[in-house]
Design a protein around this ligand. Structure first.
Ligand code: GDP
Length: 594
């Protein structure tokens, strides 16, 4: 082993300070010191995330690498874990499975209508209308072959959910309305599909409309890298009318054609893994999750982990709510028995035992908490710097996975600015792609925060940020990013100051003091009095004065504070007209809410 290799250290997604110290052959105190010098306060038992642990490891001369932990590593833009599991299977055990399709597209372009139209005409196993309850996924037959369709949430701010939708699918059908053309979410969806290396078929919808302009849309598609097949490109563009049910058979035919050119296989006897399509809580049956099995066979009685939930499958239902005992690859099923409600897009997998399930879930929760705690501290620190500056502007450098995600973010942030009178958000730079050194340099030079949505940080950028004290915040949900900026803006506003009473005392006697003036001999009836605080003097509930404390003495000694039950002598600045029986209230001035 070379000298360099010896220094490489694999660190998990999260680790306690104690374990980190042991791994790095250093004392916990040393690790805590390094953390402190980097602005992180952590106790020996506290869990810190990889990024933070990596800073410590680097300072101690190691080269930290993120441990390949497949339970947790599930980065959007990489090949999804379930696919990697299938690739690891013995090729001779792989058999064909139905293709899984996700329909993506801009809002109102007809995704729901198309899904419904296909479901109603081709539902698997018989007559239309057989599926009474929506479970988020369903199978249809076309020419005696099964095709699985998966819903994805349509909300504008759920870009990362759509990304995950694309990740769970073998083929993305991108719906584009012929009268409206390529729109921001069209671009976003196309980019998600490309990132997940999933082929795209365009359903050019609403061709029945008078203002449909097919050639214009095809030109726009070419411009975003989806060159139509008839124009010597690689993308099938299928004209349809979801409402008029025109062209659906051709679309399904094309889906099968594209599927036949893909490796759409799985090992039904292999490791069981798949994706959570949707989940909800029901009063009588508890957590109900629709799962799409992608490899292996899921059985009643299996213990599974799905996101941060786990449990033994008590019962399983197919898309017609019929009880079933097992489900093979590409089959959507509703399962009962999880101890919590997982999120759509979470991966699920079968584990050995209840105990293993619980351990994995506990680890995931700890990792999430660790990430949250550490990042939040640095955010507050950074934003507090703005309070002192005279410029009432919060400057941001923005990065997002794709151009299509930048737009909704900048729109939301601009809205925030409008709502605030005295301060504004200024976006210095917004671009698609990972956070780079130049982003950090820009932020350092202009006192800005770097915010990333669904992106990673280049290694050099993280190091520079640490050195320069630039804060980088990563988000997986647009709403959270916007919410944090909003909170920061609130923190930036001149804080509202309030008086907080911290103690009360009764005047038992008054006496002259040697320096001149009068002191009140008091007993502290509740709370405490501090020398750097202020006092209200009350007589018969009337406030006579509000002044700073000059001194607090106990047995001839000046003290900093006195507590409930103690007796002491108090002198005030510019006030000495005490009378026996007066009430003194000690208060400090604090920012409202904290
Ligand atoms: P989504 O937001 O993409 O799910 O879009 P919807 O499926 O809700 O459709 C939006 C609107 O477009 C609805 O009023 C549909 O009736 C209408 N629509 C969908 N497909 C077609 C179509 O092929 N032709 C026409 N004329 N209208 C359609």
């Amino acid at each position: 082993m070379s000298k360099k290799e010896e220094k490489i250290i694999q660190l998990p997604y999260s680790i306690t300070v104690r374990d980190l110290a042991a791994l790095l052959n250093n004392s916990a105190v040393q690790v805590i010191k390094i953390l402190m010098s980097n602005g992180v306060m952590a106790s020996i038992n506290q869990t810190i995330d990889f990024d933070t642990a990596a800073v410590v490891a680097t300072e101690l001369g190691f080269e930290p690498l993120l441990e390949e932990d497949e339970e947790v590593v599930e980065d959007i833009g990489e090949m999804p874990l379930w696919r990697r599991v299938i690739l690891k299977e013995d090729p001779s055990k792989l058999i064909n499975r139905p293709p899984v399709i996700t329909i993506l597209g801009h809002v109102d372009h007809g995704k729901t209508t198309l899904l419904d139209a296909i479901r109603n005409t081709n539902v698997a196993g018989g007559e239309a209308g057989g599926i009474t309850q929506h479970i988020g996924a369903y199978q249809i037959t076309h020419k005696d072959r099964l095709i699985t369709f998966m819903d994805t949430p349509g909300h504008a701010a759920f870009s990362s959910m759509r990304a995950r939708g694309a990740q769970g699918a073998d083929i993305v059908v991108l719906v584009v309305a012929a009268d409206d053309g390529v729109q921001p979410q069209t671009r976003e969806a196309a980019n998600h599909a490309k990132a997940a290396q999933v082929p795209i078929i365009v359903a050019l919808n609403k061709i029945d409309k008078a203002d449909a302009n097919l050639d214009r849309v095809k030109t726009q598609l070419s411009e975003i890298g989806l060159q139509p097949d008839e124009w010597e490109g690689n993308t099938f563009v299928m004209p349809v009318s979801a409402k008029g049910r025109i062209g659906l058979d051709d679309l399904l035919e094309t889906i099968l054609l594209v599927a036949d050119n893909q490796m759409i296989k799985a090992n039904p006897k292999g490791q069981c893994i798949g994706t959570v399509v949707e989940a909800k809580l029901e009063k009588s049956r508890g957590s109900l999750a629709t799962l799409l099995v992608q490899n292996g066979t899921l059985k009643v009685g299996d213990v599974i982990v799905a996101g941060e939930s786990t449990g033994k499958i008590k019962a399983m239902f197919d898309q017609r709510q019929k009880r079933i005992s097992k489900a093979g690859p590409s089959t959507p099923v509703v399962v009962m028995g999880l101890n919590a409600v997982p999120e759509a897009g979470d991966l699920f997998q079968v584990v050995e035992s209840d105990r293993e399930g619980r351990t994995i879930v506990a680890d995931r929760k700890a990792a999430r908490e660790a990430k949250k705690n550490v990042k939040r501290a640095t955010l507050e620190e950074l934003f507090s710097r703005y309070k002192s500056g005279e410029a009432k502007e919060l400057r941001l450098v923005l990065r997002a996975d794709v151009q299509g995600s930048l737009e909704p973010i900048t729109n939301e942030l601009e809205k925030l600015s409008k709502d605030q009178k005295d301060i504004s958000v200024k976006i210095l730079h917004a671009e698609a792609g990972n956070i780079t050194e130049s982003d950090v340099m820009l932020a350092a030079a202009s006192d800005a925060v770097v915010m990333g949505f669904d992106v990673n940080i280049d290694q050099g950028a993280q190091r520079l940020a640490d050195a320069e004290g630039v804060s980088i915040r990563l988000y997986k949900i647009i709403y959270r990013l916007v919410e944090d900026v909003e909170k920061a803006l609130k923190g930036l506003l001149e804080p509202e100051m309030v008086e907080k009473t911290i103690g009360k005392a009764t005047v038992l006697a008054t006496f002259k003091v040697s320096k001149g003036g009068t002191a009140a001999g008091c007993r502290i009836s509740s709370g405490e009095f501090r020398r750097n605080a202020q006092v209200r003097v009350l007589r018969d509930s009337e406030e006579l004065a509000k002044v700073e404390i000059a001194s607090i003495r106990r047995e001839k000694e000046d003290v900093r504070d006195v507590r409930e039950g103690m007796e002491c002598g108090i002198t005030l600045k510019n006030y000495e007209a005490f009378e026996v029986g007066d009430i003194l209230e000690c208060f400090v001035i604090e920012k409202f809410g904290g």
